[in-house]
Design a protein around this ligand. Structure first.
Ligand SMILES: [Zn+2]
Length: 243
C-alpha cells in the first residue's frame, strides 16, 4: 500500500523513483514542437548579483524566472530592487532559505553539498525561503527549486504537500556558473521548443552573462521567444529511473 501510494505521487511529479536516491527532475513546457518558445530560469543561490546578465535581459526584453534564496535576497537589496522593478520580465520564486538541498540525509552529497537532516528541517528551509520571497515581492511564490536541483521521493511529497510546484529543467546552460562562454553558447545552441533552461545570476565573475548574451540572442534571431514558468504548464521530459 505504501509503495502504491508512493508510485502515485511520483507519477504526479514526473518522478519515477525506484528508491529514494536524489535525482534531477527534468521538465519541459507543455507546448507543440514547433512553438519556438523556451523558459529561462536563473538561480540566485548565494553570493553576488550578475548585473550584466540582468541588464542584457532587460535590454532584449527576455523574461526569466528567478529562484532566489533568503540569504541571497538579504545580501543583494539593490539586485532585488532591479528585479522587482521589472515585474513584466521577472518572477521571483523560492530557492530555500540557506541553500540546503531538498533531499533527506546529511550523509548524502550532491556536488559536495549534504542533504537535510529530516523532513522538519526541509519544511523550515522551504517556508523560510517562501517568507523571504513574499516579503521581498509581496507575492507568494508558487514554485520551489531545491539547491542542486535534485530531489528524492520524500522531499517531492513534502514540497507538493506544502502547495508548491517542483521546478525542474531540461537544459543546464552553465553547470553552476562554471562553464566557459563557448560551452554555454554550445549548450544553448541545442535548445528546442519547450525547453526549460537553468543558469545562474549570482556569479558575476563567471562566463555566464557573456555566454547567455550570445546564446539567447542567437535563439531570438532564430525566432525563439522566452516565457516565465508561470506562463505555461510543465510536464516531465522523461521518467527518471534510479537503479
Ligand atoms: Zn542554487
Amino acid at each position: 500500500m505504501r509503495t502504491f501510494a508512493f508510485l502515485l505521487f511520483a507519477a504526479a511529479s514526473g518522478l519515477a523513483l525506484a528508491d529514494s536516491n536524489p535525482v534531477e527532475l527534468h521538465q519541459v513546457l507543455d507546448l507543440p514542437d514547433d512553438a519556438k518558445v523556451a523558459a529561462l530560469t536563473l538561480d540566485a543561490c548565494g553570493g553576488a548579483y550578475d548585473a550584466d546578465l540582468i541588464a542584457f535581459l532587460v535590454d532584449r526584453g527576455i523574461p526569466a524566472t528567478i529562484f532566489a534564496t533568503r540569504k541571497w535576497l538579504r545580501k543583494n537589496p539593490a539586485a532585488l530592487s532591479e528585479l522587482v522593478g521589472h515585474p513584466d520580465l521577472f518572477d521571483i520564486e523560492n530557492h530555500g532559505a540557506n541553500h540546503v538541498p531538498a533531499f533527506i540525509g546529511r550523509d548524502r552529497l550532491v556536488y559536495g553539498i549534504p542533504g537535510e537532516l529530516d523532513v522538519a528541517h526541509l519544511k523550515r528551509e522551504i517556508s523560510r525561503g517562501a517568507s523571504a520571497v513574499k516579503n521581498a515581492t509581496g507575492a507568494q511564490p508558487r514554485w520551489y527549486r531545491g539547491a542542486t536541483g535534485e530531489y528524492d521521493a520524500e522531499s517531492v511529497k513534502v514540497i507538493e504537500g506544502m502547495g508548491y510546484k517542483v521546478a525542474g529543467f531540461s537544459v543546464n546552460a552553465d553547470s553552476g556558473a562554471r562553464l566557459s562562454r563557448k560551452r554555454i553558447v554550445g549548450r544553448l545552441g541545442k535548445v528546442r521548443s519547450g525547453d526549460i533552461i537553468i543558469a545562474h545570476v549570482n556569479r558575476p565573475e563567471s562566463d555566464t552573462a557573456e555566454g547567455l548574451a550570445i546564446g539567447l540572442k542567437t535563439l531570438q534571431d532564430h525566432g525563439f521567444r522566452f516565457v516565465k514558468l508561470n506562463d505555461f504548464q510543465v510536464r516531465p521530459l522523461r521518467p527518471l529511473l534510479v537503479p
